[in-house]
Design a protein around this ligand. Structure first.
Ligand SMILES: [Zn+2]
Length: 311
């Protein structure tokens, strides 16, 4: 029987729902992006997006979703950044609608798989991927395969008595190094009277400040903006050092919107990680940006399908 040419990959993150039609070379043929936070029902949005790409030439559907996944049952057990998906039976629900094989994976794990297939991870047998956005996710490729583990790298504890995280722990990396952590810290400092050009941001509504705004103020020389990025970067470096010490990966790949602030945020992180990780392990680890950027998740989700089906 002729092999079907495409897979549908979906990436349900804390901010966006992305769905794409992907071919066997890992190329995106067509894509859709919508907000996952403004929609009442993520499942319905997912179904209508899949429906646009559905055809006889689709081998299956792969779904990457933020949270801790119970793969056998195909449900999201816990998703601190996207509670609306908790308990949804994605595999059964989507299979019923489309009569195709359906696979589910954590979104950052899917992104790691995507980078491993056609992105920055192609040349490495083992790497750790951090997704740096609203929250922080992780995925681990080891010995050429995606590790079937939670890899919740954003929830490594870095401050024993630190701030409470939605996951239930205190002092998680995500609470100090993510986009949400950055904007929270910037707003708090402005409210407590720290002088900053950022006060004039967003027509005076500093609560609307984004990491991109913080970065552009930092480039203008604003001290608070710079310090905000560097503080978050320093914490990220603590997390990266732990990941390097645990996995001794050939590479650490950094993905997500925050890598746009590479020269301040990520470079501070790299400096910090270099001071903390075992030098003998750090010395053979490359730290580099994602190649697929926002597409890594959908490409990885499609890869799940091609890896597991031969139809
Ligand atoms: Zn946490």
């Amino acid at each position: 029987m002729r092999q079907k040419r495409y897979a549908i990959g979906a990436d349900i993150g804390g901010t966006n729902l992305r769905v794409a039609l992907v071919d066997r070379e890992g190329k995106i043929v067509e894509r859709i992006k919508t907000s996952s936070t403004e929609t009442d029902d993520v499942f319905d949005s997912l179904v209508s997006a899949i429906d646009r790409f559905y055809s006889d030439d689709v081998a299956g559907i792969g779904i990457g979703v933020a949270g801790v996944i119970e793969r056998a049952k195909g449900i999201v057990k816990r998703s601190p950044n996207l509670p609306s998906v908790e308990g949804i039976g994605f595999i059964d629900g989507i299979r019923q609608k489309f009569s195709l094989p359906v696979y589910i994976e954590n979104d950052a794990n899917a992104a790691a798989l995507g980078e491993s297939w056609t992105g920055a991870g192609r040349e490495f047998n083992s790497f750790v991927l951090f997704t740096l956005g609203t929250g922080i996710g992780g995925g681990v490729i080891y010995d050429g395969h995606l590790l079937d583990i939670a890899a919740e790298l954003g929830h490594i504890s870095i401050e024993a008595d630190g701030v409470r995280c939605p996951c239930g722990n205190n002092g998680c990396l995500e609470s100090y190094a993510s986009a949400r952590a950055m904007t929270g810290r910037a707003v708090e400092s402005i409210e407590s009277g720290t002088e900053s050009l950022m006060k004039g941001c967003c027509e005076g509504n500093v609560y609307k400040i984004s990491p991109e705004d913080i970065y552009s103020y930092a480039l203008e020389g604003d001290n608070l903006a710079r310090e905000t990025l560097k503080t978050a970067g320093r914490y990220l470096g603590v997390g990266i050092a732990s990941a390097i010490n645990i996995f001794s990966p050939e590479a650490v790949i950094l993905a997500g919107g925050l890598i746009g602030a590479w020269n301040i945020y990520v470079e501070t992180a790299i400096k910090e990680a270099s001071k903390r990780a075992f030098p003998e392990i750090y010395g053979s680890t490359k730290i580099l940006p994602s190649l697929l950027k926002d597409d890594a998740g959908v490409i990885g989700a499609a890869c799940l399908v091609f890896d597991k089906t031969n139809s």
